[in-house]
Design a binder for this molecule. Sequence first.
Ligand code: EPZ
Length: 427
Amino acid sequence: MEKYCINGGKPLKGSVTISGAKNAVVAILPAVVLSEGKCRIENIPNIADVTTVLDILSSLGATIRRVNRNTVDIDPTTIYTHVVPHDLARHMRASYYFLGSLLGRFGKARVPMPGGCDFGVRPIDLHLKGFTALGAVNSPLENAMIGVEADRLVGNSIYLDTVSVGATVNIILAAVRARGVTIIENAAKEPHIVDLANFLNSMGADIRGAGTDVVKIHGVEHLDGTTYSIIPDQIEAGTYMAMAVATHGDILVKNVIPKHLESITSKLEEIGATIEEFDEAVRVSCPGPFKHCNIKTMPHPGFPTDMQPQAAVLLALAEGTSILTEGVWDNRFRYVDELRRMGAQVQVDGKVAVFQGVPHLTGAPVKAVDLRAGAAMVIAALAAEGYTEIEEIRHIERGYENIIEKLRGVGADIRRVRIPDSMLRQA
Ligand code: EPZ
């Protein structure tokens, strides 16, 4: 086990290059199952979640060749089973995308209940509602495995009661080779939904409207191989933008799609940042104090829930009172206790957190309770006076490629240190 050791209080300066989007790649790699040819996927972030999805593909029988650090060739024609093994799937949420893709390919799929970050209850009823509308039958949960099966998938209209990224992805995956037309209403509009649709269309699918709340899928008989490059990660970009602000630094965040960052940019500017937009980069600085600000997270194009903990660090340091409302998940404030250890003054009532800004945070031993909460701890540690140790960094490394190297590149004093076994035994 390892931890991050950070000496805070240094303004971060320089440039950082954003990697491929985690939440796009974890949908696109399972989608490869639907192809009848070889696929080359480029701009893949080298993160733990990608390793897990590639391991799942391998276990299904796909032939995988790493071309270089960020490019992978996958031959899905050798896949022979519709059953995803337990030990791999339980590490991440997106393993359930194999439900849609294996159902689309074999007419059946068995996938363990997925893992992932703990935000309270994370139901999958809308995924199953979508599969059922397409003609599939769900078998009762057996040995914590979800089973779906269909003689023939047939297109249908599906209205999502709640906007769900996962259900939108899974229904697209199941519908793309179904007979007839599927219409998803109240669909999620996140950039990774558009990226998945673009990927599938590059293989010969007929998906229209991705990025709006109505997605129309005309089923096709065949999907060919393709070469495709993953979009830049909106949330990784937002995280480095928040780091520039939190440390009163000046960072050029490169390889981004500025349009994807609009809701983040607008709130950071309200807090006091100066943001300059280029074609594929944004420059973020913040010389002055942070102004209080209210933020509510919402599905895209609203302020992303996956930036909520990172934004919280800025509100903890902003003058006056700020209100942060979580509009997507029931329980995404588990990290607040860790922020309090660093001196933040915050009260949580259900889905609302009220921050009374403090002039500075102070280094402390803390832990990453989940992926974005872990990113928030890194931001807090970089901004804080003194020394911070962050444990349980495996959560952070599920989603941030080369975070140590990228941060050192902009002047951060951060190290990854092994925790001796003797210390683990004491804990
Ligand atoms: C995706 O999770 C992301 N994960 C999450 O990012 C992100 O927080 C979330 O979308 C919202 O943007 C991936 O893309 C792998 P949802 P997902 O289905 O698909 C309710 C990160 O940090 N719901 O859009 O699981 C659900 O309870 C991760 O990178 C149902 O009620 O989220 C929630 O309130 C963490 N029934 C809301 O919808 C369902 O069947 C949105 O969830 C499904 C969801």
